[in-house]
Structure formats: structure tokens, C-alpha cells
Design a protein. Structure first.
Length: 231
């Protein structure tokens, strides 16, 4: 089981893998550091990967807040401030925690930030983005275009897109793939899930068979991708 730790002025959830082994920075969905993200961190640690999870909402998550309340906090989230926090956590993984390599994995809003961070920090060994929230039309609080910026990622990327994503159109996902395919280095692995919804990895949505089936296919592939790229 992991624990909450302090990293500078931040609080993060840490699940420790093997010493001097690989690490992963986890960027959550709207749920924040809720139960499922902690379970994923613990699962990675059980595979020998040290997992450090960003606390996007500074103590607020589905443990103590409604999704509507968290959505209000998301609407106030500053891109550059969030990226600075994530960079500090990556520094901690590769520095104080002694990880040999580190990647990033994100879900929904965290998937968007995984792409943004990957474009800016080339220390990352891999970038994994589950149903990233990357519509071509930026929201008022956003300052960076994840689709355009993705072309600057040098690490291998795995991105998973559900066809029934109401947040990101098929055309926008195709634009993201085009940006990723334009890169001179870094493989792109794209998974397409017919009938699955935005946020299909959230187990609260697994009552819909297409979502459960998409997760059952995508998660093991992501684990293999992480193992391979951070070895």
C-alpha cells in the first residue's frame, strides 16, 4: 500500500516499487487522487514500478468532493502552474527516489497533461494517455494546445481513444495522431475502442460492456508498454 508524502509544498501519493528501478508519474482524471488512482499506483508498485501521483486539486478528490465541485476546480486550473508541479514530481522520481527511468501516464485531463509534459520534458521514457481531453477548441483557462504540442514529444507514446468520446471528436483525435506521426523519433501506439465512452477506464462506468471491454484490452497493453519503455 502507498502513502501520502510531501514533495516541496505539494502532497502526493507514493507507492514504492523496487529500489533504483523504474518510476511513473501518474496524472489523474477529474476524480483526483481517489481510490482508483491509488489502486493503479499500488498495482504498478507491485510490478516493481515506483508510482508517484500528482494531487491536481490539493487535497480534494472523489474521497471528499462531488464531481461537480471538482469540475469547478478544474475550470480554474492553470496550465503552467500544473506543469511546474508535475515537473517537480518528476524531479523527485529521478532524484530523491532514485528511479533509473521515469515515464508519465494520465487519464482524461491527466492524459492531456501527459502530452503537454512529454512535449516539454524529454527526460520522460514514455508517455501514456488514456482518453486524453484534447479538444481542438481550448477552454478559457487553458493556454497550451496539446494536439500541436504533441509533435515535440521525443519519447514513445501510447494513446487510447474511445469512439463515443463526447469530449474529443474523431477529427481531433486524428489531428493528434497526425501530430504524433510527424515526429522524427518516438514510436506511436494508438488504440481505438469502438463504442466506448470518454473516461472508459473509470470502473464506475464498467456497467457498459464497451467500456469494460475497452479497459480489459487497454490496461494490460499499457502495463506492457510501461515495462518495456522504462526497463
Amino acid at each position: 500500500m502507498g502513502e501520502y508524502v510531501s514533495v516541496g509544498s505539494q502532497t502526493a501519493y507514493l507507492a514504492t516499487g523496487r529500489g533504483n528501478g523504474p518510476g511513473m508519474l501518474l496524472l489523474p482524471m477529474i476524480t483526483g487522487i481517489g481510490a482508483q488512482i491509488r489502486d493503479w499506483a499500488d498495482e504498478l508498485a507491485g510490478r516493481g514500478v515506483t508510482a508517484l501521483t500528482w494531487d491536481a486539486f490539493h487535497g480534494r478528490s472523489t474521497d471528499n468532493s462531488t464531481v461537480d465541485e471538482l469540475s469547478d476546480l478544474l475550470a480554474e486550473l492553470d496550465d503552467d502552474a500544473a506543469l511546474a508541479e508535475q515537473t517537480q514530481l518528476l524531479d523527485h522520481l529521478l532524484g530523491d527516489l532514485g528511479c533509473s527511468k521515469a515515464g508519465v501516464v494520465g487519464w482524461c485531463m491527466g492524459g492531456r497533461f501527459a502530452l503537454l509534459l512529454g512535449a516539454r520534458d524529454h527526460r520522460l521514457a514514455c508517455v501514456t494517455a488514456f482518453h486524453p481531453t484534447v479538444p481542438s477548441q481550448l477552454r478559457p483557462h487553458q493556454t497550451h494546445d496539446a494536439i500541436a504540442d504533441a509533435a515535440a514529444i521525443t519519447a514513445p507514446v501510447l494513446v487510447s481513444y474511445p469512439s463515443a468520446d463526447h469530449m474529443v471528436s474523431g477529427a481531433d483525435f486524428e489531428a493528434l495522431q497526425t501530430a504524433l506521426h510527424s515526429r522524427p523519433s518516438g514510436a506511436t501506439v494508438a488504440l481505438f475502442h469502438p463504442g466506448a465512452d470518454h473516461g472508459f477506464t473509470n470502473r464506475d462506468r464498467h456497467d457498459k460492456p464497451a467500456n469494460a471491454e475497452a479497459f480489459q484490452l487497454a490496461w494490460p497493453q499499457a502495463l506492457t508498454f510501461i515495462d518495456t519503455t522504462t526497463a
